[in-house]
Unconditional design. Structure first.
Length: 145
């Protein structure tokens, strides 16, 4: 009987799926960064009207970023080639971070690795500071001229 047990092929472990309910304390608060940014944009727009291209650029970058996260999640699940983290971070830095936040939370992807999360939030801060800085420069040019 002991030999029978040794001859059996080991059972394949299946990956258990996480429940669809939101995880407590894991990042639903990250969504708050999006309306906070919208408020910043509205304040800047009240002072100096922003081009519709600004919103279009953020929307396009967010969609591209969301798709990149979805492709990476699919590849991770299937054991295929992954999208490099640097690519995900660059998309976030150029304005796709709102789409990245939505992807991270809805796809439950890239939410646990602390080094990536820190780098990601660094790109968000970098993007917002650059956005406000450029808007301020443009605003000061309009006020001076």
């Amino acid at each position: 009987m002991a030999q029978d047990r040794r001859r059996r092929t080991p059972r394949r472990r299946t990956l258990s799926r996480r429940p669809a309910s939101p995880r407590s304390g894991s990042g639903a608060g990250a969504y708050l960064a999006i309306p906070a940014f919208v408020v910043v944009c509205l304040v800047l727009n009240a002072i100096w009207p922003l081009s519709v291209w600004v919103a279009g650029g953020y929307l396009a970058a967010s969609v591209c970023c969301f798709v990149a996260y979805a492709v990476d999640k699919s590849a991770a699940t299937a054991g295929r080639w992954r999208v490099p983290e640097s690519t995900l971070l660059v998309w976030g830095a150029v304005g796709g971070w709102p789409g990245a936040i939505v992807a991270q939370q809805t796809l439950r992807h890239k939410t646990k690795k602390a080094s990536f999360r820190s780098a990601f939030w660094g790109t968000v801060v970098l993007n917002v500071v650059a956005f406000v800085g450029l808007a301020s420069l443009l605003l000061s040019g309009v006020m001076a001229g």
